[in-house]
Design a protein around this ligand. Structure first.
Ligand code: SF4
Length: 472
């Protein structure tokens, strides 16, 4: 397959599962991880914070030491029924104060360990709802970060906003503090879908927030939409997609809804309301994708769309897309530190996740420890598999010469069993494999999570119901 890597990883059109024969869809229909890490976070286990810190130092040694920093704000006013995030609804002011004091200590502990050896090139503040904090509290949180970490001159600073509750004061503060990318949880524009899944949100909230952002000179606006919510139909989804393109965000993420009642009891509120069938979810996604592409958006990776001017597109074309817990990033292999309850760090060959329970998190920070509850120290085989899965999920292609150069192994030998398992993908026209590597076809990109799962050696020990559907 000479020349396989001259193919671009960016699709000129959005291939649609609707156009795939139903028997082929049935054959691959399953549940699986989204691979924002490998191994996926449900395989993390007990780790010693000291071992994690040692891996951090080792992972940053000899690198250019540009890192990402994710700050988690674990509060929301109310809980949305579909939400899968770690958050507390309606926390009193004393709890927010306890969080702020604790995260200042965590940032202090982390910065002391790193000894000023890193520069932050991507700061992401997410949650929960960062705008649950007042402008003054947000300023205090940002002071705590900026006092302890230096930033590169062109650092991206992004924040997630809840359109129901973001004030002009908060946007003014964030803009003044250099924030230059704003993601808003739109979910859907259909009032019936919103009333059920995100109480109190009106389509006007999104428009109003876009206008506030524009008044403050912000143009890098992301919309997060959810596909597969109860009561969505192709017609409601079409209207949502049309409203989205009218408002013109620079990026759109179209996430699939996963009903995981056993793990997220608050989702029981959705009981008795029909979720779209697998086939309908596929049709919904297909129609929305088609509308985005017709309006000039370019599909990127598993679930993103970007305007041609957005840097995500350039990164995809140049094969330097990365995938972290924050989703797709424009930097391949970016190490990301996490701060706040439940925050996950992926630095070098270590993953770690902070205590989810706020009290446990605060106690750990008070003791001057890294508040790590669990994690995973990657072995050599993990690192190789992570590279392959990342290449597939970001670029829809794996270069065997690159893997060989990076890890000193023969991929054809190392993955003999996996390559055999890919034969039926090849027979079905989903990808091509030879000694140069793996390239997914346009249609095959729709099955990329299935292809990644072939390389996941932890998958057998996970309950499938932990995951969302890989198709649709
Ligand atoms: S605002 Fe966001 S984080 Fe908070 S409950 Fe709703 S979806 Fe979850």
């Amino acid at each position: 397959m000479t020349g396989a890597f001259s193919e671009t990883s960016v699709g000129a059109f959005a291939p649609s599962l609707r156009d795939v024969p139903s028997e082929l869809r049935r054959k691959y229909e399953t549940r699986g991880p989204r691979y924002t890490s490998y191994p996926p976070a449900n395989h993390f286990g007990p780790v010693s914070p000291g071992d994690v810190a040692a891996r951090w130092r080792e992972g940053l040694l000899g690198r250019d030491r540009e890192v990402g920093l994710y700050v988690h704000v674990p509060f929301c006013k109310t809980r949305c029924a579909f939400c899968g995030c770690h958050t507390e609804a309606g926390a009193p002011a004393s709890r927010v104060e306890g969080y702020l004091l604790a995260i200042e200590k965590e940032l202090e502990t982390t910065a002391a360990l790193l000894g000023g050896a890193v520069a932050v090139t991507e700061l992401a503040v997410g949650g929960g709802s960062p705008n649950h904090l007042t402008a003054a509290q947000l300023a205090r949180l940002l002071d705590a970060v900026e006092k302890r970490f230096t930033f590169t001159a062109s650092a991206e600073r992004s924040v997630e906003l809840d359109p129901r509750r973001t004030t002009e004061d908060q946007v003014a503060l964030l803009s003044a503090r250099g924030f230059n990318r704003f993601s808003m949880g739109v979910q859907d524009f259909d009032q019936r879908v919103l009333d059920l899944s995100r109480a109190g949100q009106r389509p006007e909230h999104v428009r109003a927030l876009v206008e506030i952002l524009q008044r403050h000179g912000q143009s890098a606006i992301n919309f997060d939409l959810v596909c597969g919510l109860p009561h969505q139909t192709v017609e409601t989804a079409e209207a949502t997609a049309q409203k989205t393109v009218e408002l013109g965000p620079s990026r759109i993420a179209l996430y699939g809804f996963a009903l995981l009642e056993d793990f997220l009891p608050h989702q029981k509120a959705l009981r008795g309301n029909p979720s779209p069938s697998a086939d309908r979810a596929i049709a919904i996604r297909a129609r929305m994708s088609q509308i985005f592409v017709e309006h000039g958006y370019v599909p990127i990776g598993m679930d993103h769309f970007a305007r041609p001017s957005d840097e995500l597109l350039a990164a995809a074309k140049e094969r330097r897309l990365g995938r972290t817990f924050m989703g797709y990033t424009v930097r391949r292999d970016l190490s990301v530190f996490g701060a706040g309850p439940s925050a996950i760090a992926g630095v070098g060959s270590a993953y770690s996740q902070n205590h989810k329970d706020l009290d446990a998190y605060i106690s750990s920070c008070d003791r001057g420890e890294l508040p790590i509850a669990r994690g995973h120290l990657l072995g050599r085989d993990d690192e190789i598999r992570r590279e392959v899965i990342r290449d597939l999920s970001c670029n829809f292609a794996v270069s065997f010469p690159r893997i060989r150069a990076l890890h000193g192994i023969s991929p054809v030998e190392h993955f003999r069993e996996e390559i055999k398992q890919l034969e039926h993908f090849e027979t079905d026209g989903l990808l091509c494999v030879n000694e140069d590597g793996i390239v997914m076809t346009e249609t095959g990109r729709l099955f990329v999570r299935n292809a990644c799962m072939v390389f996941d050696r932890y998958l057998k020990s996970a309950a499938p119901q932990t995951y969302s559907r890989t198709l649709g």
